[in-house]
Write a protein that binds this ligand. Structure first.
Ligand code: PMP
Length: 446
C-alpha cells in the first residue's frame, strides 16, 4: 500500500530524495513509453527515468539479452577476454568520429566524468578544469567540483582546480536576445544574427577567454567540460559557433575538450547520434551514461589512443565496468536504435512536438520559452509578461494536473521552473499531440 511505501521512504531512505508531486506516485510496471502505477493507471513517460530509458521500458530484446547473458556468464571482470566486451567496444567506438576509438566502460555518468578529469590531467600534465554554470556532470567528490547545479558548494570546500564559466544561456543570460540557432531548430524567438558567430556567441566566448587571461595560469589548463545541450540546467542550447571556438581556445592553451553526452547522446537530438556533432567539432574525450544502457548501470568514456595511453602511468581498474551483462545491454540498445530508427523518430516527433509547443507559447504568456532539439525539449515557465521564474506552488499544481491526466514530465533549471521533456525515443506523433493537449488543459485549468 501507499502508506507502507511512504513509511519506508520516510524512515529508511535518503531524506534528500525529491519528488515532483504533492502526492507520492508509486510506479509498478513499464512498457515502451508507458508507465503504470500500483493501481494500474497508465502514464505517458516523458522523462524516461531522467533521460535514461532511451529505447523504451522493458524492451523485450533487452530483457532477452540480459536473461541469456545471465544464463551464460554474469561476471568475470575485465582481467579476462570475453566476447561481449570486445564486441561492444567495437560497436560503440564505430559510432564515434575520427580518432575517438578507445573506450573505458564504467557504471555511471559521475564515474565517467571522474575518469575524464583524470585522463585530462594525466595527458596534459595540467590540473585546472573548467565547466559551465548551470551544468551537471555528477555527484562524486570530483565531479561535484564540475557540477554547478545542486552541489554542496555552500557547505563543504570544493575540490581544488575547478573553475566555472558563465553558460551561454540566450534566454536568461545577461546577453540574451541576440539568439543564434541552427536553422533546423524550431524556436519561438527570432534570430538576430547572420553568421555562425552571433553577438551572443561572441560575448559568451569572451567569458572563457577572460578565464584564461586572468584565472588560469598560462599553460595550466587540463580540460574544459561541457554538455552539448545542458540537460538538468534546463535544456539550454548554446549559440552556434560557441562550442567550436571554446574547443579551439582550450586546445591553444594546452588543454583537452570533454563533451558530456550523458543526456544529448545516442540519437536523442535527432540530426546526429552525438550532440557535439551539431557543433562542427570533434572533442578529445566523450563521456556517456544514462541512455547508453536504457536503465542498466552502464557508462563509458571514449577518447583517442594517444590520450588513452596516459592511463598506463598507473593501473586503472573498474570491477564492474564492461561486465558481460552490461555489454549485452549496450549492444541491444545500439541494435534497437538502428532497427527501430529511433534517432530518426527523435527528429520527427521532436520537431513536431517543439513546433506545437511553440504555438502554445503564443497563446499562454506563462510560457516564456520553448527550446530544444529532437527529443530534448525545455519549456521555461515564467510569471506572465516577465522572465521571473514561475512560483513553485503554481508549478507544483501544474505538474499534479498533468500527472492526473496521465503525463509525467521532468523539471530542471536553477530555479526549477523549466519543464523537461526527454522521453523514451519511441514516442509517437500521437503521444506528442496528447502531451500538448494535456499541457494546454493544465494551463487552462490554472
Ligand atoms: N552528466 C550529465 C549531463 C548528467 O545529466 C548526469 C546525471 N544527471 C551525470 C553526468 C551524472 O550521471 P550519474 O547520475 O549516472 O552519475
Amino acid at each position: 500500500s501507499y502508506e507502507k511505501l511512504q513509511n519506508i521512504r520516510q524512515s529508511r531512505l535518503n531524506p534528500a530524495l525529491a519528488t515532483y508531486y504533492s502526492k507520492p506516485l508509486a510506479l509498478h510496471q513499464g512498457y515502451k513509453q508507458w508507465l503504470f502505477d500500483i493501481n494500474g493507471k497508465r502514464y505517458l513517460d516523458l522523462l524516461g527515468g531522467i533521460c535514461t530509458v532511451s529505447v523504451g521500458h522493458c524492451h523485450p530484446k533487452i530483457t532477452a539479452a540480459v536473461n541469456s547473458q545471465m544464463d551464460t556468464l554474469g561476471h568475470v571482470s575485465n582481467i579476462y577476454y570475453h566476447p561481449k566486451l570486445h564486441e561492444y567496444a567495437e560497436r560503440l567506438t564505430d559510432k564515434m568520429p575520427g580518432e575517438l576509438k578507445v573506450v573505458y566502460l564504467v557504471n555511471s555518468g559521475s564515474e565517467a566524468n571522474d575518469l575524464a578529469i583524470l585522463l585530462a590531467r594525466l595527458y596534459t600534465n595540467n590540473f585546472e578544469v573548467l565547466s559551465l554554470t548551470n551544468c551537471y556532470h555528477g555527484m562524486s567528490p570530483q565531479t561535484m567540483g564540475l557540477t554547478s547545479l545542486g552541489a554542496y558548494k555552500y557547505c563543504i570546500p570544493q575540490p581544488p582546480g575547478h573553475h566555472h564559466v558563465m553558460n551561454p544561456d540566450v534566454y536568461r543570460g545577461i546577453w540574451g536576445g541576440a539568439n543564434c540557432r541552427d536553422s533546423t531548430v524550431q524556436t519561438t524567438r527570432t534570430c538576430n544574427c547572420s553568421s555562425n558567430f552571433c553577438e551572443a556567441s561572441d560575448k559568451y566566448f569572451d567569458q572563457v577567454a577572460i578565464q584564461f587571461d586572468h584565472n588560469i595560469p598560462k599553460g595550466h589548463v587540463a580540460g574544459f567540460f561541457a554538455e552539448s545541450i545542458q540537460g538538468l540546467g534546463g535544456i539550454i542550447q548554446f549559440p552556434k559557433g560557441y562550442l567550436k571556438r571554446v574547443y579551439e581556445l582550450v586546445k591553444k592553451n594546452g588543454g583537452v575538450f570533454i563533451s558530456d553526452e550523458v543526456q544529448a547522446g545516442f540519437g536523442r537530438t535527432g540530426d546526429n547520434f552525438w550532440g557535439f556533432q551539431g557543433h562542427d567539432f570533434t572533442p578529445d574525450i566523450v563521456t556517456m551514461a544514462k541512455g547508453i544502457g536504457n536503465g542498466y548501470p552502464l557508462a563509458a568514456v571514449v577518447t583517442t589512443p594517444d590520450i588513452a595511453k596516459a592511463l598506463t602511468k598507473a593501473s586503472h581498474f573498474n570491477t564492474f565496468g564492461g561486465n558481460p551483462v552490461a555489454c549485452s545491454v549496450g549492444i541491444s540498445v545500439l541494435d534497437i536504435i538502428e532497427e527501430e530508427k529511433l534517432q530518426e523518430n527523435s527528429k520527427l516527433v521532436g520537431t513536431h512536438l517543439l513546433s506545437e509547443l511553440a504555438k502554445l507559447r503564443s497563446e499562454f504568456p506563462i510560457i516564456g520559452d520553448v527550446r530544444g532539439k529532437g527529443l530534448m525539449i525545455g519549456i521555461e515557465m515564467v510569471n506572465p509578461g516577465t522572465k521571473e521564474p514561475l512560483q513553485s506552488k503554481k508549478f507544483l499544481k501544474f505538474f499534479d494536473t498533468c500527472m492526473n491526466l496521465g503525463v509525467l514530465l521532468g523539471k530542471g533549471g536553477v530555479y526549477g521552473n523549466i519543464i523537461r521533456i526527454q522521453p523514451p525515443m519511441c514516442i509517437t506523433k500521437e503521444d506528442a499531440d496528447f502531451t500538448v493537449a494535456v499541457i494546454k488543459h493544465a494551463l487552462q485549468s490554472d
